[in-house]
Write a protein that binds this ligand. Structure first.
Ligand code: ASP
Length: 304
């Protein structure tokens, strides 16, 4: 069997990252990229690399995932995550789930231990517990700064989340990862606390197959981030894979899909991509997107 050269990429959200937060976001991406890469280099699976890297990003309060996630309009943390493998198209996701530190791992359990794709709310929480994951108190997911930011947003009568992605420093980064392993298998995952001040029970693009994430060994693996309601309109993750299946490179496919997001949905966001040959692509139309990738030739960490 041919041995593929692995490749790995992570993102930490596409938004207007303030100058003083850029280094924190890049540091978190760098660490997560190394976590995933070390698994791939040892011959580990793309799925393991994606899960481990996203767990590291979920632990980092700089990002809007796991610890440090945005609060909903009721002041609660509700988390969404998805993981998908390109060999089988198997996928698992959770949405609007509370009291769990690592939603990406619950998503993987949904994929591997149920016949379903998506569990939500209390059902997802009960499933996690039944699988041996210990629940946490909400206070363990908070750093203190979310509450301050939430109060500021609550005080803004005309707050619009779509404007926040383009030109204000309110959202802070959803996370995602894409990997190709030595067997040529792709995997992708995404994890988020959603958008600031979202309504209770709101589910964005992140945990929806084809929107916030897609992986198909015949085309590519993709993780998306940005204004979820616009990403859902154009099924962004699958759109990237379809452009690749039409013969475009990973980079051109990423740019074309972000073009569709902007033109058809006046959307804002970004995507990271690895195609079936291990080529990296990424694009975003927000001011910045924190990301890091590692291949045999290069280690890159950037926000713009
Ligand atoms: N896409 C996420 C959502 O709408 C937010 C983000 O990527 O920052 O829930």
């Amino acid at each position: 069997m041919t041995s593929f050269t692995p490749a790995f990429i992570v993102h930490g959200g596409a938004w207007d990252i303030p100058d003083n937060e850029v280094e924190g976001h890049l540091a978190g991406c760098r660490v997560a990229a190394q976590v995933g890469w070390s698994i791939l280099k040892k011959g580990g699976s793309a799925l393991d690399a994606v899960e481990a890297a996203i767990r590291s990003l979920e632990d980092d309060p700089a990002f809007d995932a796991g610890k440090g996630a945005w609060l909903n309009s009721a002041g609660e943390v509700e988390l969404d995550a998805i993981i998908m493998e390109g060999a089988t198209l198997n996928n698992g996701a959770v949405a609007a789930m509370q009291h769990v530190r690592h939603p990406i791992s619950v998503a993987r359990l949904v994929m591997e231990r149920t016949t379903h794709s998506l569990l939500v709310g209390l059902g997802a929480e009960h499933f996690a517990q039944a699988q041996g994951i210990s629940l946490c108190d909400e206070s363990e997911l908070l750093t203190g700064q979310e509450l301050e930011r939430w109060k500021v947003i609550k005080a803004q009568k005309d707050f619009k989340v779509e404007i926040a992605f383009g030109g204000s420093s309110t959202p802070h980064g959803t996370v995602g990862a894409v990997a190709i392993d030595v067997n040529g298998h792709l995997a992708a995952g995404t994890s988020t606390g959603g958008t600031p001040n979202k309504l209770q029970g709101r589910v964005g693009d992140s945990p929806l197959i084809g929107c916030g994430c897609y992986a198909d060994d015949l085309s590519a693996g993709v993780s998306a981030t940005g204004w979820g309601e616009s990403i859902m309109k154009v099924v962004l993750g699958k759109a990237v894979c379809d452009f690749i299946a039409q013969g475009h490179t990973a980079q051109v496919a990423a740019e074309k899909a972000i073009g569709v997001l902007a033109d058809r949905a006046q959307g804002l966001g970004g995507v990271i991509v690895i195609d079936r040959s291990g080529k990296i692509g990424l694009a975003f139309n927000t001011p910045r997107m924190a990301h890091a990738w590692i291949t045999d030739e290069q280690v890159i960490t950037r926000a713009d």
